[in-house]
Design a protein around this ligand. Sequence first.
Ligand code: SF4
Length: 480
Amino acid sequence: MQNQIRLNINNDEVLENQYYINEIRRTNDDFFLSFNEKKKFHIITYGCQMNEHDSEKLTAMLKNMGYEETDSYETADIIIFNTCAVRENAELRVYGNLGHIKHIKKTKKDLILAVSGCMMQQPHIVEEIKKKYKYVDLVFGTHNVHNFPKLLSSVYEEKKQIIEVWNSEGRILEGMPYERKLGLKAYVNIMYGCNNFCTYCIVPYTRGRERSREKENIIDEVNKLVQDGVKEITLLGQNVNSYGTTFEELYDFADLLEDVSKIDGIERIRFMTSHPKDLSDKLIYIIKDNPKVCEYVHLPIQSGSNAILKSMNRKYTREDYLEIVRKLKENIPNVSLSTDIIIGFPGETEEDVDATIELIEEVGYDSAFTFIYSKREGTPAARFEQHIPNDVQHKRFEKMLSVLNKTVIARNKTRMGEVYEVLVEDRAKKDTDFLIGRSRENYLITFKGSNDLIGKLVDVKITNPKNFSMEGEIINTPVL
Ligand code: SF4
């Protein structure tokens, strides 16, 4: 299902870009009349949901300009790399892919190559592009995605490399069209940027300071998604727990959850990410009492060692974190917890890793995103002493991962015979009898059933808990 969403606030920048959209569209319509085919674009997105969302906006703008999407470099007339700066690996892949496109550009002179996203918010990377990748036509950042039509028009007119990266975020721009591939589930940004400055993280420098969207715009967007068949919403922000702190009126994330839950047709609400230092009791009670808010919390710990947490500037201790976990479990007995863990941070000792491992066992996570520390230029931690050698990082990581996996698997095995409400998403695989979906707790569950159950909520009894997913059988069949 695809949908165009247009929110209801207009301003000069939206109008200016609409002008360029119309201008380019006219040229592309002429191209279509002459050659009976549309010009094509291909976007490659790296990194997080924020980037995915920016790519949705670029897709909508390009379609409004008369281009059509293609999934190959070779057939594209415009290629955009929407980059991520959080890990070194993703950066290296971008450079590798730019090298590949150089060969395509040699034979396809009109091909436009653009690079956008978090990597471009770092001046040393833009310098590198200027020096070594002169064949890149357009460079823009996270703060001026909405200006893409104007920038693209400049590329066509000036026929030289255009670089425009804003170094500050400005206000939140509502009203640009964007296109999304909708299913039963959708992500909705409720805020942008971050004020926390964890010492390893590049996000506050690439995505700017924290700005919350007005609740009316969020509710408006969710309403439109529901009309298009969405049943589960995930509210997104770098730290949803500080939503609304800049508003004049007292209105926080828990209030927003309440308001979103009043929308008819929304069956489930999830959110991510929650910084532990800002998780309030009020939020715990909303998860406990509001039947639409799922019993799943992603609560990044990063490290179980107080020394490392301090060095990371996380602003909570291991004890603070465990107290939040205690409150969550006391109030919401079936709460499912996931986390982020970084191993190999500068200055880390074997004891620090052991402290993390002990915490993993104590909390009993249901899943986790685990990372080996990667040095990011421009962050304070990059300048720290005592960087951990690569082989030591990997050894410690394996040690942590084996305990984490054992914990997750052991928890899964205890679920034999339990019954979970599952939102049926799709066939588990092509040509199989099995359907797949997630429980309120975010557990991945497969079971036999017919296609007409897709989109429905069903109760499934677990008959075969596997390592990282579970198999079960339906114990009720909804009226279809
Ligand atoms: S909370 Fe920390 S890790 Fe998360 S985005 Fe902000 S600075 Fe980065």
